[in-house]
Design a protein around this ligand. Structure first.
Ligand code: PLP
Length: 234
């Protein structure tokens, strides 16, 4: 190991501890069990040595937002690591995505749901998926409008290679993490409605990133997606 690698490994170990402490504190203040929240380490923009350092520091589930980048990195990663796709998926990349990832957080259209199901069937794999919901209505964001979700869930009942396990959202950035709270509340409220109306349990809520993970956990997140506060700046 070079000095740089060693420093990075030390830094990484400290950052993992800090993020763990934040998650534990948020669980305590929300009276939730620590085991009800999982940490997705977002490694986009960082290379294989840094992923190895993260594995050495105890992380094992990683998130990438681009299939192309993931194709280059995942084969070099430790075999016991797991990979989730968190970015927009183009249908022409599905054949790679179904081989690389076991969970996709970013199903953002009915068309993608159906194509992903076909791709998973063709590859003989089963995928867990979350529907990405654009709860804020921001035009620049991917994600289903809340109105579109019931139809997608209806179609999902026929997608036998996919398990729809929950919902994901990315709120608009606000300096104050409290700005994200109403969007997290909305995702949880919609989940509760759709759980009633469709029978899908939708247990997973993927929400919260480096700067607002506490607020997300208070509002019911089961996956927090943390990049910068684990790996440093991209
Ligand atoms: C990059 C990214 C994250 C991580 O963001 P940080 O602010 O670096 O923690 C989380 N979710 C998605 C969808 C991302 O693209």
């Amino acid at each position: 190991m070079t000095i740089d690698d060693e420093n990075y490994a030390n830094e990484m170990a400290k950052r993992v501890l800090r993020v763990e402490e934040r998650i534990a504190a948020a669980c305590t203040s929300a009276r939730r069990d620590r085991s009800s929240v999982q940490l997705l380490a977002v490694s986009k923009g960082h290379g294989p040595e840094r992923i190895q350092a993260a594995v050495d520091a105890g992380l094992h589930v990683f998130g990438e937002n681009k299939v192309q980048e993931a194709r280059a990195k995942i084969p070099l990663a430790p075999h016991n690591s797991q990979w989730h796709l968190i970015g927009h998926l183009q249908t022409n990349k599905i054949k790679f995505a179904v081989q690389l990832f076991d969970t996709v957080h970013s199903v953002d259209s009915l068309k993608l749901l159906r194509a992903l199901n076909q791709g998973a069937e063709a590859a003989g794999v089963n995928l867990s998926v979350l529907l990405e919901v654009n709860v804020s209505g921001e035009a620049s964001k991917y994600g289903l409008t809340p109105d579109a979700v019931p139809e997608v869930l209806e179609a999902a009942a026929q997608c036998f290679a996919l398990d729809v396990v929950g919902l994901m959202t990315i709120p608009p950035f606000t300096e104050d993490p409290e700005g994200a709270r109403p969007h997290f509340v909305r995702l949880r409220t919609l989940r509760d409605e759709w759980r009633e109306s469709t029978g899908f349990p939708l247990e997973e809520l993927s929400m919260g990133m480096s700067h607002d993970l506490e607020v997300a956990i208070e509002e019911g997140a089961t996956w927090v997606r943390v990049g910068t506060d684990l790996f440093g700046k991209r």
